[in-house]
Ligand binder design. Sequence first.
Ligand SMILES: *Cc1c(COP(=O)(O)O)cnc(C)c1O
Length: 370
Amino acid sequence: MHIPFLSFAGQHEAIRAEVLAAMAGVYDRQWFVLGEQVAGFEREYSQVSGVAYTVGVGNGLDALHLSLRALGVQPGDEVLVPSNTYVATWLAVTQAGGVPVPVEPDPRTSNLDPARLAAAITPRTRGVLPVHLYGQPCEMTTILEVAARYGLWVVEDNAQAQGATWQGQPTGSFGQANATSFYPSKNLGALGDGGAVTTNDASLAHKLRQLRNYGTDQRYVSETLGYNSRLDELQAAVLRVKLPYLTTWTQQRRQLAAWYGHYLADILGLRLPTVAAGAEPVWHLYIVRTARRAALQQHLAAAGIETLVHYPVPPHLQPAYASLGLGKGALPIAEELAATCLSLPLWPGMTEEMVARVAQAIRIFADGQP
Ligand SMILES: *Cc1c(COP(=O)(O)O)cnc(C)c1O
């Protein structure tokens, strides 16, 4: 049995006719950029996200970058970011002219440790950018409290957590502006690039609509130095078909995670994910941790089981961020997580039998260790 890391086969087959009809509709209407599909998707996504406004943009990185621009980030402004996130989170801060200031995660949840925020705040700090990594909601209550105490804004990176909740409230609805991505492999994925900002602030939503479209919302009038980053009609039409299925796909992800928890229990040397009290995760990724990652990954590959590592090198050790002068050892928790994390296959359509097979292969590996 070959078990791929990710497969769209089951999901796509079930909605094939609906998606193709939606695409044909765009083709026939002959309106391809900022039309009724984007407007309709923005309305519907706002509804499921529990926010007043959604602004569709070109991708998740732009959603983060434009959020920071809309909030007025100035050169040299410091933004607190997790030390162990995907590099896009940091890049958005850099692109907006700010300085990413890493904060170490709680090693149990892999999410930003709220207890470490205050110590990282300086007179230059403007905001906090929590990432709901792997689909696990951050501890938003404490993060919002600290931000309010120091007069900071909050921008959530919700790229991996569509449908997740913190104390019953959807992630992507807590910060002043919140970014998400519809990259194909995300929980709600387009058939190409796409992203969105969610917000309850009408003036921020207005600024974002300008920023994504050359700084204009009136033809040939440029009010601010804008960009070209728009969700297109074709992707919006596909996302509108997929959105009503998100709850079902999330339930499937939760079931798969529960099966992993069951079948992987009590394996020596293997750490399973911890869910914070108050968090309802959506399992974008299922991450285990082991000191013998390379050997385990090889063993699983030989058994026909594909795994990946999210992420093998933390942003501060990337060549692109060498100028920050944060060498090896500067952020030990992020480095430890990067060295030990392993992502197991998890996708809607995967079966209990497949989960059991993955777990069995891991158990055989663990039993063979000295
Ligand atoms: C995918 C992702 C992004 C970037 O989204 P793109 O659409 O690929 O630009 C940003 N942050 C996180 C945490 C992501 O997983």
